[in-house]
Design a protein around this ligand. Sequence first.
Ligand code: F6R
Ligand code: ZN
Length: 192
Amino acid sequence: MAVSVPLFPNITFDPQTGAILGAGVVENERRMGQLAPIFRDRAAARALPPDRLVYRFHCWFPVAENTPGGLFWGSTRIEPGMAGDEYFMTRGHFHARRHCGEFYFTVAGSGALVLMDEDRNTRYEPMSPQSIHYVPGGVAHRVANTGTEPLIFLACWPSEAGHDYESIEARGFSARMRQVDGRPTLVGEEPR
Ligand code: F6R
Ligand code: ZN
């Protein structure tokens, strides 16, 4: 039986802006107005302009979501900035299908990939240009920009992965990237 091979011409990545360009690429952005609740110091986050851009990401879905064996490609650009002593960061998520992993590749800037397993054990990997990171299945992931320039990274994940943001909204991560004595430090959450 003949298999039709779809062609995806002219999908490109702009390393200066962090954008993926081409037909069907979806762009999302997250501004402080909606992100303030994820920060530890919510008052400091709410004191920032609600339209302040925290991050923008582009996703290329060459196949439909949930296609077995398919892959998605994305780029994320996190602006430098802080809410209180906490670095600007992504919302973070588990993959809905817990067994699905993901690759990250850092293009520019410096940051921290914060990883938390289902037992809430948290660690981080420093991100710097050309660093490659593997997020294992069952591990929640969030990225903080710990530098003074935009942090730009690429991602590749299975089309079956899906995203579970709700678990993170409910309980957060067990540790946060905060500036301590001028340095990025993973600090465990104390009960509030
Ligand atoms: C996809 C993935 C990244 C993030 C992006 C934005 O599985 O991990 O493409 O989606 O960095 O972060 P979130 O999705 O946490 O807002
Ligand atoms: Zn992911």
